[in-house]
Design a protein around this ligand. Structure first.
Ligand SMILES: Nc1ncnc2c1ncn2[C@@H]1O[C@H](COP(=O)(O)OP(=O)(O)OP(=O)(O)O)[C@@H](O)[C@H]1O
Ligand SMILES: [Mg+2]
Length: 415
């Protein structure tokens, strides 16, 4: 080939083998790793990339960018996939891709490569992000390449190849599942989780304690928002990444944010995933709660109707699409008044909102009150309101009654 290739490098066996394999074919390899908050030995990762034949390694600290530009905007949209998945990996992929493409441009790379498999969502997310941001960059996906596949049929082939080229292989026993971590979540899939009826092992979880072992006292947490974006936790103003880390800590110790689902991958199959999203779970719940106080009913309805669409766009890799730009414009307007704070109580894996306040509240105590409202709301008007809204229902009921009468009359009787 003889190209300059930027490789999305995660420091594992697969991407190290891919790096060496591409270098052996006369390509120049720049490894790119994105720090989105996963616990990783970055010094060791850099060393390993160089030992695997990279001419250069770039590690980008994306923690603030990830939370500010991807996680918080998604929470602001109440994005949730198939009603339950908070999109932790789906949001990290376009962030990593965006930063990688900036480096690819600077390095004048002509190809980017990744180690995502041909069965998953991540290949789609990386490549659709590149299609939108760097349409002329070529892609090489070794797990879809016949020559590469012929050489690497299983893990043992990769280990043998690594040994041959003195790439360090971690001696630790492979866990019976695979995981992906960032500041928003840890995901677990594959291995023993491939049986959707099998309960995950208790010691798999890393960010949340077992709800049964959580403190016996509930804990209050107050989350503040400005125009839909989280700004403070328990009165402390923090940067997005620090705020999310603190939310993770508080929610995690009460066992909040575990999700175990079977989801629909974009490439077609059903897949079982287990997620821990402690901080994201409480931020989403608090944001939703604040909207109850501040967001107009019909605007909420319109925005809510878009949530499945928004979530599918994020899940399927269309973060950088024109459609998302249009949706963002609507969300932007919807969030202008979503400022204030919400207090939640965390207790044994659950959360309960217990109070909220906002300078831009739509709540009118006089109107809502069951006490004497001094004429703020004329109850007698409700008669006409209900009567007119009942008009179509009465028409339907009359039609149904006529049809029933017709049916009772036997069609032959009259002849
Ligand atoms: N933090 C990251 N920075 C750059 N690229 C990444 C990062 N995380 C993942 N990738 C890319 O995404 C691909 C798919 O990631 P995935 O997590 O499925 O596999 P992996 O990280 O290679 O292996 P593991 O199963 O050990 O996590 C990787 O092969 C790599 O190309
Ligand atoms: Mg990984």
């Amino acid at each position: 080939m003889g190209e300059k290739i930027i490789l999305l490098y995660s420091g594992g066996l697969d991407t190290s083998v891919i790096c060496r394999w591409l270098a052996e074919r006369g390509n120049e390899i720049v490894c790119f790793a994105g720090d989105v908050g996963q616990r990783e030995d970055w010094v060791a990762l850099k060393k390993k990339a160089l030992a695997s034949g990279a001419s250069k390694v770039v590690v980008a600290d994306l923690r603030e960018r990830f939370v500010r530009d991807f996680v918080f905007p998604a929470i602001r949209m109440n994005a949730i996939y198939e009603g339950r998945y908070l999109l932790g990996t789906s949001l990290a992929r376009p962030c990593i891709a965006q930063a990688m493409l900036e480096v690819a441009k600077k390095e004048r790379a002509s190809v980017f490569a990744h180690g995502a498999t041909g069965k998953g969502n991540d290949q789609v997310r990386f490549e659709l992000a590149a299609a939108a941001l760097a349409p002329s960059l070529k892609v090489f996906a070794p797990w879809r390449d016949r020559e590469f596949l012929a050489e690497f049929k299983g893990r043992s082939d990769a280990i043998a190849y690594a040994r041959k080229f003195k790439i360090p292989v971690k001696a630790t026993l492979a866990k019976p599942w695979s995981s992906d971590e960032n500041l928003l979540h840890i995901s677990f899939e594959a291995g023993m989780l491939e049986d959707p009826s099998a309960r995950p092992l208790a010691d798999m979880f890393e960010l949340t304690c077992d709800p049964r072992k959580a403190p016996n006292q509930p804990e209050r947490v107050t989350l503040a928002f400005h125009q839909g974006f989280p700004t403070a936790i328990n009165g402390k103003k923090l940067t997005p990444a620090k705020l999310l880390a603190e939310a993770n800590r508080l929610a995690g110790r009460h066992g909040v944010g575990r999700v175990d689902i079977v989801e629909s991958r974009y490439v077609g199959m059903k897949s079982r995933g287990v997620y821990e999203t402690p901080g994201g779970t409480i931020l989403l719940a608090a944001h939703r709660d604040l909207e109850g106080l501040t967001l107009d009913r019909d605007l909420m309805n319109l925005r809510d109707s878009l949530i499945p669409r928004i979530a599918a766009n994020i899940y399927n890799g269309y973060w950088f699409s024109e459609e998302m730009t249009a949706i963002n414009a609507l969300v932007e307007v919807s969030q202008r008044q979503v400022s204030g704070q919400v207090t939640l109580e965390l207790y044994k894996g659950g959360l309960i909102p217990i109070g909220r306040q906002s300078p831009s509240s739509l709540y009118d105590h006089r109107v809502a009150s069951m006490e004497d409202d001094g004429g703020a709301y004329d109850q007698t008007l409700a008669t006409g309101f209900i009567s007119l809204h009942g008009l179509p229902l009465r028409a339907q009921a009359r039609r149904a009654a006529l049809a029933a009468k017709d049916k009772n009359r036997s069609p032959r009787k009259g002849r």
